[in-house]
Design a protein around this ligand. Sequence first.
Ligand SMILES: [Zn+2]
Length: 494
Amino acid sequence: MSNAKKGPFLLTNTLTRRKEEFVPLRPPHVGLYVCGPTVYSDVHLGNVRSFLTFDVLFRWLTFLGYKVRYVRNITDVGHLTGDVDEGEDKIAKRARLEQLEPMEIVQKYTNGFHDVMRLFNILPPSIEPTATGHLIEQIAMVERILAAGHAYVVNGSVYFDVPGYAARHAYGELSGRRTDELLANTRDTEGMGEKRSPLDFALWKKAEPSHLMKWPSPWGDGFPGWHLECSAMSTKYLGTTFDIHGGGMDLKFPHHECEIAQSVAADGVPPVRYWMHGNMLTVNGRKMAKSEGNGFTPQELLTGDHKLLDKGYSAMTVRFFMLQCHYAGTLDFSNAALQAGEKGLERLEKAMALLPKLKPGDTDEADIDALEQRCHAAMNDDLNTPVLIAELFEAVRIINSVNDGRLRLTAAALDRLRGLMHAMVRQVLGLREETTVTAGGDGALDALVQEFIRLRAEAKARKDFATGDAIRDRLAAIGIVLKDTKEGTTWERA
Ligand SMILES: [Zn+2]
């Protein structure tokens, strides 16, 4: 395995609450399942952070040499308003409000989701299954759970019997919740409807005749419960037990707890070996929520068109900014932090642009092997992207020193440095080159400044130093700083 020399990969397993060495079930294959979006509205930034976390995991596993089958679903039915078993289907509700077919809503917001993922350079999964495309598998799973005696049928609906299951299996292992405490916290039995216990959850719900999204089943026309699709689709594509299951922290309970119970009840084995949960996003220290008025969309972040934003930020600035925080920590959005991220990415990209121009020396005055090992160690330590980024700034220091002639590296060491930077910045962190960053401005501005640089060079060539200096000073006055190097004149914003 090519990862042997890169050291063991440690991952925090939220099931055991410990950092564990990741050892796949069937190397070199890795099965990864991540809960995807419910496509009834635009993706919000918290979702982007969550999908970014698993994008980096996917990239790192691939970098380690694993063949990853990455499954990320699209929830297009069964997710009810209020995230419980009562209420309207989120997609059907939106369809009613927008006067569209439910599948038009699904298509519209799936397209929007893909656009946002592409914008932030989040790689597509290997398989992106939909709940409505897997009704047969879901019905079959309900039948297995019924046959095992862990569910019951009432009036065309099927419910999972949580107290019955908890008496024989560990329920609440992932979220740390206990059934007696959960019951004590249930104030009354209102909203319980047909359920035997308020802890029970729907596997299949009977649909009223007016219901838009319904399918035939052995129990009559209805639709699947929200938790069921992930269990059915992960089993289908990754097997009854697979390596890693990811999702946002808010999905731990009840969604992931229910997924475990369904799989154990249906197939007799725990479905997931490593559970991984990403943390939330806050804005100026407060939870990002529509009701708080601080829930800006990815598009608003790019344009700066929101009352909480001083200006717009590029998609890669946002990606870099998010990666400066470990996935398990809360990430706070503020203008100051975003602007610091923007500066940091600019420094990194300037160094990346210098890489091909560096001239080799006759000796090595920096240890690139050690730097590479520290980069790998950071990612192997539970995907510690902030530590990796700190190491990359050490690389930036080396690159700038070599460029300024203050440090020497041989041709071989320079090649390793170039390879390392490309692997870590582009492949692992997924930071795409943005013209706005590398050119120090947009293309038209760069062309214009290059024209002034040429005029100044011509002035100096005919020994008209006054004009040359005037061009430099006037550009500086409007915030464009020229720098004379051995390779010629470059420019940057002040
Ligand atoms: Zn799920």
